[in-house]
Write a protein that binds this ligand. Structure first.
Ligand code: NDP
Ligand code: DA3
Length: 325
């Protein structure tokens, strides 16, 4: 059949979300999950699991590889490594390091003319698209991004990598005062700290040093250092009871003037029951675009900015022109 053959690297929240999302996209099939763990210890919904060590045996069976590892420690290695042999799509979100990551993936893509579709999701991803729209449409303006209150997967992954952490989640809390100022149209200058605070809930491994863990989190460059962060240590029971869902959301606002005293405001908003399942839905739509761009002979590292919207849709261009214009 002519379905797009997709595989997943890394089976966590995002990997499971991709498995669910592909069920909603009949033009795609999920052929495999690859994990660094023993495949027998990884329980998927309904997809065979193989050791990541054997992934090159599947080279001819995969059109697009969706990398679902953590941005802090996994993707910096897996992105460049697998982009050499496969078209890859990932959700890399360590914003300050995106230019360096883009360059490292692009270097691999040049070797075998593959596509490395990086930083796909909602931020970076859909919010990035809306920031560029806002700036292009209203050059005389200011752009504001707010997240939450909700669970950041990138920040939660980052705290789980800290030595001594057994389980952890991070909630991002926007300042309502800052949001009100933006919505009023006064275009305020807001520092990072004035827009969001971060709150962590951690279960420590036996014998771990709480003070050391708290300090490593609060001083973590890019992720926590620029923010006011609180760290709460709780029991596994409390963690399992109170921190087992991953809602999130947020919005991008462009507030500007098209001429003197003519104010225009653009807003793009998300309300997510499941951050990973939504992010996975974006990854899967961009896997379709990646496949099509690859078939047209395109290669190299790409971002959401390089993808024409029509490439995301499973519908024919004739249907889209009839329906959407
Ligand atoms: N751009 C965007 O808008 C967004 C980006 N993201 C990114 O997605 C990344 C992944 O998030 P998320 O899926 O929540 O991360 P997880 O912590 O759930 O998974 C990360 C990796 O850890 C391994 N893993 C998962 N579960 C276990 C386990 N029980 N025991 C041991 N290892 C495990 C898996 O690799 P393996 O199977 O090889 O062991 C997995 O790929 C985040 O770091 C973030 O950067 C997330 C949301 C939005
Ligand atoms: N990449 C984020 C997606 C959004 C959420 C976020 C934050 O709460 O800081 N920043 O960007 C995630 O991992 O959830």
């Amino acid at each position: 059949n002519n379905q797009i053959k997709v595989a997943i690297v890394g089976y966590g929240n995002l990997g499971r979300g991709v498995e669910l999302s592909i069920l909603k996209n009949p033009d795609m099939s999920l052929v495999a999950v690859f994990s660094r763990r023993d495949p027998k210890s990884v329980t998927t919904i309904n997809t065979p699991v193989y050791s990541l060590d054997n992934i090159l045996d599947f080279k001819e069976k995969i059109d697009v590889l969706i990398l679902c590892g953590g941005s802090k420690d996994d993707l910096p290695i897996q992105g460049p490594k697998y982009a050499e042999y496969f078209n890859v799509v990932d959700s890399y979100d360590n914003h300050a390091e995106i230019p360096a990551y883009f360059a490292s993936v692009d270097k691999s893509c040049q070797k075998n003319k593959t596509i490395g579709m990086i930083s796909i999701g909602w931020d970076p991803g859909m919010f990035s698209i809306n920031r560029i729209y806002g700036e292009a449409l209203l050059p005389d303006g200011d752009t504001y991004t707010f997240w939450g209150k909700g669970l950041s997967q990138g920040h939660s992954d980052a705290i789980r990598r800290v030595e001594g952490v057994k389980a952890g989640v991070q909630y991002t809390i926007p300042s309502n005062e800052a949001i009100e100022k933006v919505r009023s149209g006064i275009r305020p200058n807001l520092t990072t700290k004035q827009k969001h605070a971060r709150e962590c809930f951690i279960v420590l491994k036996d014998g771990a040093d709480a003070k050391k863990v708290e300090n490593e989190i609060k001083t973590m460059p890019n992720y926590f250092e620029p923010y006011d962060t609180t760290v709460n240590f709780i029991s596994q029971e409390e963690f399992d009871k109170n921190h087992n869902t991953m809602p999130h959301g947020g919005f991008v606002i462009r507030s500007g003037k098209s001429s003197d005293n003519v104010n225009q405001v653009i807003e793009y908003a998300l309300k997510l029951d499941s951050n990973p399942e939504f992010t996975a839905s974006v990854l899967v739509a961009y896997a379709r675009a990646t496949y099509r761009m690859s078939k047209k002979g395109e290669f190299g590292a790409k971002t959401v900015f390089d993808v024409a919207p029509i490439l995301l849709s499973p519908k024919s261009s004739q249907d889209l022109i009839k329906e959407l214009l």
